[in-house]
Ligand binder design. Sequence first.
Ligand code: NAP
Length: 314
Amino acid sequence: MKAAVIYEYGGPEVFRYEEITQPEIKEDELLIEVHAASVNPVDWKQRKGNHKFFLKARFPIVPGYDVSGRIVECGKKVDRFQVGDEVYSRLTQRFGGAFAEYAVASESTIALKPKNMDHIHAAAIPLAGQTALQALRDKGGIKPGQKVMIIGAAGGVGHYALQLAKIFGAETTAVCSSGHEQLLSQLKPEHHIDYRKEDYKNGGIFYDIILDAAGVETFLSCKRILKPGGIYITTLPRLKLLCHKAISWFTKGKKVRSLLQKSSGKDLEILKDLVEEEKLSSVIDSVYPLDNVSGAHRRAEEYSTEGKIIIKIK
Ligand SMILES: NC(=O)c1ccc[n+]([C@@H]2O[C@H](COP(=O)([O-])OP(=O)(O)OC[C@H]3O[C@@H](n4cnc5c(N)ncnc54)[C@H](OP(=O)(O)O)[C@@H]3O)[C@@H](O)[C@H]2O)c1
């Protein structure tokens, strides 16, 4: 099968496009013919070797975690899906394996693809959509009527979080640069702040939840604009978070939480239902072929995407 393979840590140029052996599945796994994959920041951070101290690569590896495609083989113990089903998943193999014609997924991490969405838009959802859902629902305990600020609202995680916060009945403030007018007019947050022109931590508005999807702030920098009992959630857990957790004991119940996305077929079913009810959609920044994952990574590393970057494979 064709795959984008890397043999060493480095820049986007380290990808090689090769014929490699198709992966084999275990009893509780499925083989997916990948029609589209999407790029997440974790892909380029791993490629650069940023995570090598806790997740060391044994090269060669095929990166990429998000896929949408068709099942071509089921392990003996798989009973919820069958060959031919169109599914999407956030892969849980060590380094993913999504940037290839075939990829292996565990049964517990897949769901049927939304019927009204093509593979390109479906592949955008798994990692970023689940992150947004788990942050707002599980870490934030979001409730109708709450004021919610999304920092990095135009990015992969942010644009799903913005839509989900509205679905949960919150009043939303989107923090992103003004270049994203098309996305803003489509997703319609109640308020928009361009962080390049305005200091959103000085607006006199107080929030129940601040989801820092871009990972550019800290609890301390945001605590002034949290309501008493308000929660700051970050997608980028850092060491100083522990220290901020201790400080939060003295901050009128204001809390700090961090999130590590968990791959869940059940959460993908929730997102699928929202897509089929036409409440949730994917914004696509750009689409690249499998032999130009390097180009997709270059674009992703600019860290200014509008929605998601896709690798179209079939
Ligand atoms: N912990 C987890 O499980 C988990 C899961 C998913 C993602 N993450 C992390 O979450 C972060 C975001 O992921 P993503 O997929 O949403 O990335 P992405 O699609 O690349 O989006 C990044 C967004 O950040 C915005 N941004 C950049 N600098 C900003 C600033 N100073 N203030 C406000 N917004 C800014 C950009 O918007 P503008 O064009 O407006 O600047 C861009 O839309 C990454 O660091 C990723 O590693 C963690």
